[in-house]
Design a binder for this molecule. Sequence first.
Ligand code: C2E
Ligand code: CA
Ligand code: CA
Ligand code: CA
Length: 277
Amino acid sequence: AKQSGRNQAHFFTAAMQEHANQRMTLEQDLRHALERNQLEVYYQPIIAGKSGRVQGLEALLRWHHPERGLIPPDQFIPMAEETGLIGSIGEWVLETACEQVQQFYAAGHELYLSVNISERQRDLGLDADAVASVLKHHQLDPSRLILEITEGLLLQDSQETVAWLQGFKGLGISLAIDDFGTGYSSLSYLKRFPVDTLKIDREFIRDLNSDRYADSLVSAIISMAASLELRLIAEGVETEKQRLTLIGQGCNYMQGYLFCPPLPADKLTHWLSSYQP
Ligand code: C2E
Ligand code: CA
Ligand code: CA
Ligand code: CA
């Protein structure tokens, strides 16, 4: 038994070592992803559920890894945050999306642009001045931009965070709280932070009509958003039934595979020009 115990310990060490090596390799690869043109911004339409009209686009990052293929953001954004690489990557996403959205405008699609930002970017130089200069460079009106931040950031509830967000508000940029409902949501912070929009996490939309907890949570969020005069977007709408339920409850804006998945810019241009609400 002693012998096998030692072997097992040895086995685990090797597996852990292997895991650590893989992680380090991926981290090394991520350091070069930008300069090697392996990153791409996809765009997903945000739709007015009743009319079916496209209102805006959310920019969603993708990494084309030469050996591993397409790596979803959940698998490398946390690493980018830990290493600080999110600073340059996030800046690149904003630049790229602002440039691209001008081309959608030129093709006659007057949509707003929604960009995810990480709280780590605050300490990495992303402030109102930096965003203002990107907008100016691409001649994009600040009222056309929404920055999406996850709920976690607001829970820290620091003066610095409020000031940081106020800076964006001051430019005329809108702010959305992403993945709303997943954190320890407290109504009090909604008053303190200058937010305009809540995005209901897709976890709750997925369970709509099948889980009574999800149903009552969604309807509570909908009535709260209405009384606070916040715009509401439901994420991850995949079925017609979900669309109708949301409209019935008073949530008009939605995003999901029912309408369109995130697409590369050229495919989205094609989708936009052939789409009929
Ligand atoms: P998120 O901001 O909550 O983005 C929505 C996610 O839901 C996207 O995953 C999108 O592809 C997916 N989605 C959209 N419609 C549906 C649907 O109908 N069904 C299902 N099952 N999923 C749907 P994605 O693109 O993998 O992004 C994952 C997360 O990575 C994002 O979650 C966001 O938090 C983060 N992320 C993506 N791009 C960036 C970025 O440029 N910067 C930062 N900081 N984070 C980003
Ligand atoms: Ca988002
Ligand atoms: Ca979300
Ligand atoms: Ca999410």
